[in-house]
Structures are given as C-alpha cells and as structure tokens.
Write a protein that binds this ligand. Structure first.
Ligand code: F6R
Length: 239
C-alpha cells in the first residue's frame, strides 16, 4: 500500500484525478467501480474538467456502480445509480450503455448480486476501484465485520453508516436500512485501488486502516496489505 498525504482537500482531489487519468491513458477500456459519497466529488469535478478540455477520453470505460440502497428505484433522488451517473459517468463522457448498475429495486436482490458479479467477471474483474472510507471502515457497504472473501450481497447498514448517510438525504429516517454492495473479494482484487480520505472525522478510522492489524472489524484495513492500493488522505485526516 502506498499512502499519499496532501495538504488540502483540493490537492487530494487533483492528485487522485491525475492518478486516475494516467490509468485511463494506459487502459482506455478499464472496468472502473466508482464510489458515491462526498469525498470523491472533488476528484470527479477535476476529471470532468479534464474531459471537457479534451485531455481525458473516458468514452471506452466500463463503469460499475459500487452499491445501492435496497428498494430504491433509479427515479428516487436517493438512488446511488443516479448519483453515479450524475457525478461520474455523464460529466466524464463515459458511455451510459457501458454502465453497469447494481439495482437496489431488483425484484430478486440475491439474483441481482449474482448477475452483477458475473458482469464484473466477464469484464475480467475491476481494473480500478475508486473508494471512500466509511466512519467504521466500511468499503462500499461492506460493514464490519466483513472478511476479505465477502461476496456481493444484501447487507444491513450499520448504525454509524446510517448516521453518516443521513448527511446526504436530510435526516436519518430518510436512509434505507438495507443495501446491496459489491463484495470485498471483488474490490480487493481490483488491479488498482484508490481510497480517498478527507477530514478530521476520518482520522481514527484511517489510522486503524493504515496501521492495522488487518481484520474484519475494520474492512478497509485489508487495503494496507495490498501493493496495488493507494490511499490518498488530506492532512486533516492523517494529522
Ligand atoms: C459510497 C460508499 C461509501 C462511502 C463512504 C464515505 O458509494 O460506498 O462507502 O464511500 O461512506 O463517504 P463520504 O465520502 O461521504 O465520507
């Protein structure tokens, strides 16, 4: 694992965007899984600027949704499919017909998870995973405890995650209690992993992520064991 500490959130966003743009140059057809949440939004804006200026071509990427709230259709403002499309796929000029959703409103969620895994495998696995760090070390909605082999599945959202997700939707009672998430096994086997971490509230969980020990109670701690993982943290998060 490589740890990059930046002085500010803006610098974090720029560095992450540069790294990702370099990966797209190397592999224009990369299979990319992209987190929602607040942290990567600065990076996505940088990438959108590069794409607008013609300095980044994302038209051949295959983008995968990372996670979804159970029972929430794409038309709902809380849809993470909608968030991924609005913040990442469309502004970067990636093609919507190459986007693979994880449908939280699928009639059979278990089957949806198996089909999603098949689609990822068919693409040869993830080339790049862009992830944020949950307050409890979750990656996607792989809540503690999650072991490194955890599959794509239906999960109950942890209390701490409900609290942190309340920021997005104006209150905790607006946050669904269950979610579908890409599994740890898929995320940890991505060929490159970028974990973005910002702000003082993430300091302790970042410390446990970086310093270990790697354990299911802090799912993100497995990243520290992987050579292909880069953690980008701002000074507020790393201290
Ligand atoms: C989002 C996701 C989550 C977030 C994490 C951090 O798709 O899967 O794991 O990345 O909760 O969220 P922020 O960046 O809002 O602190």
């Amino acid at each position: 694992m490589e740890l990059i500490v930046t002085e500010s959130y803006d610098e974090l966003s720029r560095r992450a965007a540069e790294l990702f743009a370099g990966l797209v140059l190397e592999l224009p057809e990369a299979a990319v899984v992209a987190a929602t949440g607040n942290t990567p939004m600065g990076m996505y804006k940088e990438l959108a600027r590069l794409a607008e200026r013609g300095e980044l071509d994302c038209s051949r990427l295959r983008v995968f949704q990372l996670d979804a709230y159970l029972g929430v259709p794409p038309s709902d403002s809380r849809s993470l499919e909608g968030w991924t499309l609005r913040s990442f796929v469309l502004p970067l000029g990636a093609r919507r017909d190459r986007f693979v959703p994880l449908r939280g409103d699928a009639p059979d969620p278990e089957r949806e998870c198996r089909e999603y895994e098949s689609a990822v495998r068919k693409a040869g696995g993830f080339d790049v995973a862009i992830l944020g760090l949950g307050p409890n070390g979750h990656l996607g909605f792989n809540e503690p405890p999650s072991d490194p082999g955890a599959r794509t599945r239906l999960v109950e959202i942890a209390e701490e995650s409900l609290e942190s997700n309340a920021r997005y939707w104006g209150g905790r009672d607006r946050v669904p209690r269950w979610a579908l998430t890409a599994g740890m096994d898929l995320l940890l086997s991505a060929r490159r992993i970028l974990l973005l971490v910002s702000g003082e509230t993430k300091r302790e969980v970042l410390r446990r992520t970086v310093e270990g020990p790697a354990c299911p109670d802090v799912p993100s701690s497995y990243l520290a064991t992987l050579p292909q993982a880069t953690i980008l943290a701002d000074r507020a998060a790393r201290g």
